[in-house]
Design a protein around this ligand. Structure first.
Ligand code: ADP
Ligand code: MG
Length: 687
């Protein structure tokens, strides 16, 4: 094999001693080939000088000009401020950390070259801590794009450039195995593609690279996506090898549930229920995701599967990501199951001591047939007598590994069936990446009688008018949510924001009964407030985003979301889904504080324009990128290295098909792909 040199340790390179070797090994880089596949995260364009007047906000650039003046200001912190000008404009440069000698360097009339990130504020341009060189000859220009590598503390960009540069120099002499040979038709060889990304030639266009459309990127992104799909198939195969209990369909229990309901299931619910019955009747674990927009009635579909499972003599664990949502499921399922003689058990992190021991005992001896809970169900000491089905609601909040942790809890070496529910209708491409191990059913129909929600954007300046409108609506017999957000994701900050809002609203609307619910409330108090709101004795509910998922009060028809610009699209969509559940026409007001960033503007506009969860999810993917959309923002190193979504969405289907082919016909090659792209870094499929 030609590529043996590439399997040599990084220590064969100049400048790599024991210390650096250790540091690299910590992030999974051992061999020269590992270095080759450590690709830049992005590139800087230092190939040309940009006139100050042509700088774009937040786009790194090289600037050249004359020093117009420098001074140390003593505001909140000591700052060195330098004014620099060229023919096209002026820029202000600020240094917060500087030495006295630096102040003297910036002599008025001298020439300076800067490289940094410009910020445009109120017609002015600023750079904070740019790189700079002084003098006429000063030059920060490079002939080609400058790569910026993903890194960890203590490893500078220069180190990466030197190391990767040395590895790239070996490419022609000893190219890495072309693992896609004969599988795809390449327009660029693997060494060419690798070398392009590490050292883009002067002709390379940053714009094209940013779009991800260069042949080199496509070649490598495809390989990476294939590697990912191969590992997802492996996870799935592994799970499928286990034996699962065979569950009879349409038990008398589930039929009794349907008879007891005041409504009939929608066609979509019936169709998805049919998918589940089919899967459950197999003797290997069902791995299915049910996708359905908020309010589409996923709970009922899961409940039917649960009752059939119980009727066949097995237990069911129903898991939700937040306490409030779990409580909601608990009360829904309890009201459906208890009359059928199947009471529901409850387990959350807050259940402790004797109470917890009792629940654990009942699960272990089989006395409890259904349990609803939070993450607490994952815990090692939770044992089941005959676990047959796991239902995981809002799957995107959990990782694949958490779901699989429960899969080990079956009895007699059997594995339970798995049903994941998600209201975040993620685009198909992303579903393949995130839930590639799951079969997918979609509830694409809402129960009849829902009314669309009218959404309005209102400037925070007019908050008082909105409060009046809420008061009038409540006096009119309507119920409303007032959702508060905090700047940071923290329970106590959310609570503060909500508490302050409660005070304002109580003062402004003394005749309206107002309740408060937030994440720090005791479960009993929370349940109490929710019950009063549901019963109508509270007219207005001030809440943090804890009401985001699952809360179901059909009579509430008005929702105000304060500082809506702080929330992501998925969250806004979920929140808005709390209204429009009854027959009354519903309204959602998004209160925002200007100035809005471009992305915030775009998000709010999407909310105003559409209700379609899929359209919203596509927009979310476009605006935010997949990491955040899945709620699992990954560290730079654990992300895809070359592939990007949605840019490379079009490659996914091809990648999936090739992965399937390799998985079935060429396992060694599939394995080699996984090793190359996942390496020892992380378990690849655990997105
Ligand atoms: P989601 O898919 O958002 O989890 P839920 O399961 O919470 O939705 O259902 C939302 C509401 O719709 C609940 O009050 C539920 O009882 C009701 N529901 C479910 N299916 C139907 C149906 N076929 N007809 C009328 N109402 C339904
Ligand atoms: Mg739900």
């Amino acid at each position: 094999m030609s590529q043996t040199i590439l399997h040599h340790s990084v220590t064969t390179l100049r400048g790599v001693g024991e210390k650096l070797r250790l540091r690299l090994s910590e992030i999974g880089i051992y061999s020269l080939e590992d270095l080759l596949f450590h690709f830049p995260l992005r590139y800087q364009d230092r190939t040309r000088v940009t006139p100050i007047g042509a700088l774009t906000d937040q786009v790194d650039a090289v600037v050249q000009g004359d020093i117009k003046g420098a001074a140390v200001t003593m505001g909140r912190r000591r700052t060195l401020v330098v004014q620099i000008g060229d023919d096209s404009g002026l820029i202000t440069v600020r240094f917060f950390h500087f030495r006295q000698t630096q102040v003297a360097q910036f002599k008025t009339g001298g020439r300076v070259t800067l490289f940094g990130t410009p910020r445009r504020l109120a017609g002015k341009v600023e750079m904070v801590h740019p790189e700079y060189r002084l003098g006429d000859e000063a030059n920060l220009l490079e002939p080609a794009l400058t790569p910026v590598y993903p890194t960890v503390s203590g490893l500078g960009q220069n180190t990466w450039r030197k190391l990767c540069g040395q590895a790239v120099a070996l490419l022609t002499k000893s190219p890495p195995d072309d693992l896609l040979a004969g599988v795809t038709e390449d327009t660029i060889t693997l060494p060419e593609a690798i070398s392009f990304l590490h050292n883009p030639p002067p002709s390379a266009s940053l714009e094209q690279i940013q779009k991800g459309t260069h042949r080199a990127q496509i070649r490598l992104a495809l390989e990476e996506l294939i590697a990912h799909q191969v590992s997802v198939l492996g996870v799935r195969d592994n799970e499928r090898r286990f034996i699962a209990p065979v569950i009879g369909r349409d038990s008398s229990l589930s039929q009794a549930l349907f008879t007891s309901l005041p409504f009939s299931p929608t066609d979509a619910q019936n169709r998805v229920g049919e998918d589940l019955s089919h899967d459950l009747a197999q003797n290997h674990p069902m791995l299915r995701l049910v996708q359905g927009d908020v309010g589409s009635g996923k709970t009922l579909v899961a409940a039917k599967a649960a009752l059939d499972t119980i009727a066949s003599g097995y237990q069911v664990a129903f898991m939700a990501p937040t306490e409030l949502l779990a409580e909601q499921h608990f009360s829904t399922l309890q009201s459906w199951f208890a009359p059928l003689g199947k009471p529901v058990a409850w387990l959350s992190g807050r259940i402790k001591g004797r109470a917890r021991a009792e629940v654990l005992e009942q699960l272990a001896n089989g006395e409890a047939t259904v349990v609803v809970g939070t993450h607490a169900l994952f815990q090692e000491d939770v044992q089941f007598q005959r676990l047959g089905l796991i239902v995981v609601d809002e799957q995107h909040r959990f990782g694949v590994h958490q779901r699989l942790a429960l899969a080990d809890k079956g009895a007699d070496g059997q594995h339970p069936h798995q049903l994941a529910l998600t209201a975040t209708p993620i685009p198909r491409s992303l579903a393949m990446v995130a839930y590639g191990d799951l079969d997918c059913s979609v509830i694409d129909e809402l129960p009849p009688g829902r009314t669309p929600v009218t959404t309005t954007l209102i400037d925070h300046d007019r908050r008082d008018a909105v409060i009046k409108r809420v008061g009038a609506a409540c006096r009119d017999g309507r119920q409303a949510y007032w959702v508060c957000t905090a700047i940071e994701e923290s329970d106590s900050l959310h609570m503060e924001a909500a508490t302050a809002t409660l005070e304002t609203l109580s003062a402004a609307l003394p005749d309206v009964t107002i309740g408060l619910v937030h994440g720090k409330l005791k479960p009993a108090d929370k349940a109490n407030v929710m019950a009063r709101f549901k019963a109508g004795s509270l007219q207005l509910l001030v809440a943090t985003t804890v009401v985001e998922v699952g809360v179901d009060v059909p009579k509430a028809s008005l929702m105000i979301i304060d500082n809506a610009e702080r929330l992501g699209l998925a969250q806004l969509h979920q929140l808005r889904g709390r209204v429009g559940r009854g027959a009354i026409e519903s309204h959602c007001v998004l209160l925002f504080r200007p100035p809005l960033s471009m992305t915030a503007q775009e998000r709010l506009k999407v909310m105003q324009d559409t209700h379609d969860g899929f359209v919203i999810a596509e927009a979310d993917l476009r605006i935010r990128g997949p990491g955040e959309l899945l709620g699992t923002r990954q560290t730079g190193l654990a992300q895809f290295r070359v592939a990007r979504l949605p840019e490379h969405e079009a490659l996914l289907l091809t990648a999936h098909n090739i992965a399937q082919q390799l998985h079935q016909q060429d396992l060694p090659r599939a394995q080699a792909l996984m090793t190359r792209w996942a390496g020892p870094r992380a378990d690849f499929a655990r997105v």
